[in-house]
Design a protein around this ligand. Structure first.
Ligand SMILES: NC(=[NH2+])NCCC[C@H](N)C(=O)O
Ligand SMILES: [Mn+2]
Ligand SMILES: [Mn+2]
Length: 301
């Protein structure tokens, strides 16, 4: 699908944005699941750029339990912003291997450096639209979409340049089934389009993705896909830290990727929340690699 034939794999071994430890081993689990050779078999030249360095904290840090590990997460997102940006500068497709979902505002700000306007598809059981004021947990992985919209702690929203953020009318959340009260309020205020599991059940994935693609592609010059594995049902993707029952099936996930691949609009991607400690025989990383391969052009026939 993508016009670019070079992919940069950027590992971000961070688990500080979430409560359950172990998601920092996600990049390794995805490599063990053969992400590099799978994408190479589709004709891409894959450049594995290794992992970013994540500082080890001693406590929650200066901002306390309402914004846990803000300094370390901010530092790694700043670094990721530079890495994604330089991959795009070299004409490569940045594929970010997480790590928890806090990293996404770093990758999105990197993409924004190169595009006038970017659409975002947030594939997730959650909305990740909390701020330090609304978050029930203080975990930054539940705040990253809000941060990408420029909402949240200024120390984090400043990453990548304050003036350029994504437009809420160009964001679509797909697969949501666990939304906090403050997030619901923000979704209404900003008019963010959400296809919840209820909508997927009623409309079917084909219609959901057709409408999603229309929204994110219209008036933008590229789409960032942020794929949180907990969007899938825990039956298909058990290795995640915040599983929510009633998610997408394996086929629904694939169909979404195949339709996106046909649309040819995705320019960058995150794979996040793969936690091998909670997984069964690397099942979740293997599914993630399947989905990435579908997105990047693999077909049944
Ligand atoms: N990326 C994720 N898995 N986010 C889960 C967020 C859970 C909850 N909404 C919170 O803010 O704490
Ligand atoms: Mn998420
Ligand atoms: Mn999630």
């Amino acid at each position: 699908m993508a016009k670019t034939k070079d992919i940069s794999l950027i590992g971000v071994p961070i688990d500080l944005g979430a409560d359950r430890r172990g998601v920092d081993m996600g990049p390794s689990a995805l490599r063990v699941a053969a992400i590099e050779s799978r994408l190479a078999s589709l004709g891409y030249t894959v450049h594995d750029e290794g992992d970013l360095v994540v500082r080890r904290p001693s406590g929650y840090g200066a901002f306390g339990p309402k914004l846990k590990f803000l300094e370390e997460i901010g530092a790694v997102c700043d670094e990721l912003h530079r890495n994604v940006s330089s991959a795009m500068e070299r004409g490569r497709f940045p594929l970010v291997l997480g790590g928890d979902h806090s990293l996404a505002f770093g990758s999105i700000s990197g993409v924004l450096q190169h595009k006038r306007s970017v659409g975002v598809i947030w594939f997730d059981a959650h909305a990740d639209l909390n701020t330090d004021e609304t978050s029930p947990s203080g975990n930054i992985h539940g705040m990253s979409l809000a941060l990408a919209l420029g909402i949240g702690h200024p120390k984090l929203t400043a990453i990548g340049g304050v003036d350029k953020k994504i437009d809420p009318s160009k964001v679509v959340i797909v697969g949501a089934r666990s939304i906090d009260p403050g997030e619901r309020k923000l979704i209404r205020e900003l008019g963010i389009k959400v296809f919840s599991m209820h909508d997927i059940d009623r409309l079917g994935m084909t219609r959901v993705m057709e409408e999603t693609i229309d929204i994110v592609r219209d008036g933008t010059d590229g789409v960032h896909l942020s794929l949180d594995l907990d969007g899938l049902d825990p039956e298909e993707a058990p290795g995640v830290g915040t599983p929510v029952i009633g998610g997408m099936t394996y086929r629904e996930g694939h169909l979404a990727m195949e339709l996106l691949s046909e649309a040819g609009c995705v320019v960058s991607m995150d794979i996040v929340e793969v936690n091998p400690i909670l997984d069964h025989r690397n099942k979740t990383a293997l599914v993630a690699v399947e989905l990435a391969a579908s997105l990047l052009g693999e077909r049944i026939l």
